[in-house]
Design a protein around this ligand. Structure first.
Ligand code: NAI
Ligand code: MG
Length: 326
């Protein structure tokens, strides 16, 4: 039995979580779901966006399945990633047949460092009108994320790892990341490696995404570039992610609570369902994950989607179409 803490969170987080459960239930796996609260609503109710009981439950579970938080995201999901020491945030961006997007055949995996950088939240108001933020980058942090990226490339049979940084300006922090990347790349001669400045990389991503395979980068760049990559393949409605550490794992879509569409029942459940697939693979249920993925691909190629992908189905209707095919 795998003990899974389920945190739907706020806005469309709840909607896509309910939809994903319909799909997961079809698989009849030995999962015990413990539903917990966190997010803007939890803050209002309990005075804490990440209530202690929720964090304690996460620390007892084999995985956390997370929907989305709203304005409290930093105090909930960013905090959870730090507390559970999930140092690697894996964010695939893959083209799906039938989805109108800039390119076909995009297949990129972003490996984002998840515990350091500006997102450590070391921000200060030095004096009236003067603020500062501290960017923490350590050799240990760089080594483990770069190794993770190369091992992922090796295991998934990928050809290339590209590091993104801005070492010409942030000479110490990004310099360390770049140097560690180049050192570790030498241990993987069978895998091609290169590095780009983050700004140029954004242009390459938009104009020529085929030059990327696995991307490894620091926390904030990874956050930004992963939304960009999601935009290349049809938007946030299709972008899943996994946060992996030595002991814990958190699975969450890349998107947030989407207040602009929350409550309308039109959020695309695919990102959350693909996120659940990443969890299935994590537990070794590869066949089940593939079954769900191909059901999803089928539904998308038939145009049975939510409005963001051009269809007219509601969140639950799309999920039911997927579940039907499993
Ligand atoms: P967002 O990801 O919630 O939405 C960005 C845009 O993408 C919106 O137009 C939204 O309608 C669309 N979108 C997102 N997911 C979709 C889906 N499944 N189907 C169809 N369309 C989808 O980001 P935004 O608007 O910047 O932030 C909204 C709230 O979410 C904020 O309060 C923010 O703090 C929070 N947030 C939370 C995150 C988390 O919990 N991991 C991540 C990002 C933002
Ligand atoms: Mg983000």
């Amino acid at each position: 039995m795998h003990r899974i803490t389920v945190i739907p969170g706020d806005g469309i987080g709840k909607e896509v979580m309910d939809a994903t459960m319909i799909v997961l239930e079809k698989l009849n796996l030995p999962f015990e779901y413990i539903w917990m609260e966190a997010g803007d609503e939890a803050l209002k109710k309990y005075g804490k966006a990440l209530p202690d009981e929720t964090l304690e439950e996460c620390l007892k579970s084999d995985a956390v399945l997370f929907g989305a938080a709203g304005e409290t995201a930093a105090d909930v999901i960013v905090k959870l990633r730090f507390e559970l020491k999930t140092f690697a945030n894996i964010r695939p961006a893959k083209s799906y047949k039938g989805v109108k997007s800039l390119y076909e055949n995009v297949d990129i995996v972003i490996v984002r460092e998840n515990t350091e950088c500006l997102y450590k939240g070391l921000e200060f108001e030095v004096s009236e009108g003067v603020t500062e933020s501290i960017r923490v980058i350590t050799r240990k942090g760089c080594e483990r994320i770069v190794k993770y990226a190369f091992e992922l490339a090796k295991n998934e049979g990928r050809r290339k790892v590209t590091a993104l940084h801005k070492a010409n300006v942030m000479k110490k922090t990004c310099g360390l990341f770049r140097d560690v990347f180049r050192e570790i790349a030498k241990n993987y001669p069978e895998i091609e490696s290169n590095d780009y400045y983050i700004d140029a990389a954004c242009m390459y991503l938009v104009m020529d995404p085929q030059r990327f395979d696995v991307i490894v980068t620091t926390n904030m760049f990874g956050d930004i570039v992963s939304d960009l990559a999601a935009g290349l393949v049809g938007g946030l409605g299709l972008a899943p992610s996994a946060n992996i550490g030595e002991k814990y794992a958190i699975f969450e879509p890349v998107h947030g609570s989407a207040p602009d569409i929350a409550g309308k029942g039109i959020a695309n459940p695919s990102a959350m369902i693909l996120t659940a697939c990443m969890m299935l693979k994590h537990f070794g249920y590869l066949d089940e994950a593939r079954k769900v993925e191909s059901a999803l691909e089928e539904v998308i190629s038939e145009g049975k989607t939510t409005p963001d992908l051009g269809g007219s189905l509601k969140t639950m209707e799309m999920a039911k179409e997927i579940a039907k095919r499993i």
